[in-house]
Write a protein that binds this ligand. Structure first.
Ligand code: NI
Length: 177
């Protein structure tokens, strides 16, 4: 296993849609193992393959400390219900967090690391984590989904930071996804 470097905004790889995994082989299982290790080292609760520069539809997460590590390959959200809005952060956009509207409950269909299809129901925080990571597979970042005024603030901070200027950061409790 290996800890992989996490790509940071505005790395263009974060904006490219990831490709479907045709065959769940040892290379994919090694990617999953490396992503688990990278996520735990960060530390974070979720990680999508494009965040480590790999354009394949693979994500890993663990919403709560007592949960097992979960890997979803070619995930598809087949059902979304309700609405929730909580702060989110992202390992690829360090130090920022903003409230993001998400579905409250989802059903996701995916392959497991053995290539077996399964369906999983999630709600509340776990549903939020999965939606954030599936967005990464489509080149979408959470700042795309926030209030336009807050998005302007976020982009200004990120621009200042890219120029090497110290920018004030809004202090919000955040999840690292
Ligand atoms: Ni993220």
């Amino acid at each position: 296993m290996a800890i992989l470097p996490i790509r940071i905004y505005p790395d263009p790889v974060l904006r490219e849609p990831a490709a479907v995994v045709d065959l769940v082989d040892d290379a994919v299982r090694k990617l999953v193992a490396d992503m688990f290790e990278t996520m735990q080292d960060a530390p974070g609760v979720g990680l999508a393959a494009p965040q480590v520069g790999v354009q394949r539809r693979v994500l890993v997460y663990r919403a709560f400390d007592d949960d097992p590590l979960r890997a979803l390959i070619n995930p598809e959200i087949t059902k979304s219900e309700g609405e929730q809005t909580e702060n989110e952060g992202c390992l690829s956009i360090p130090g920022l967090a903003y409230p993001v509207p998400r579905a409250e409950r989802i059903v996701v269909r995916a392959l497991d690391p053995n290539g077996e299809p399964f369906e999983h129901e999630a709600e509340e925080y776990e549903a939020r984590v999965i939606q954030h990571e599936v967005d990464h597979l489509n080149g979408i970042l959470y700042i795309d989904r926030i209030d336009p005024e807050l998005r302007r603030e976020a982009k200004r901070i990120l621009r200042e930071r890219a120029l090497g200027n110290a920018a004030p950061q809004p202090q919000r409790e955040q999840s690292r996804l």
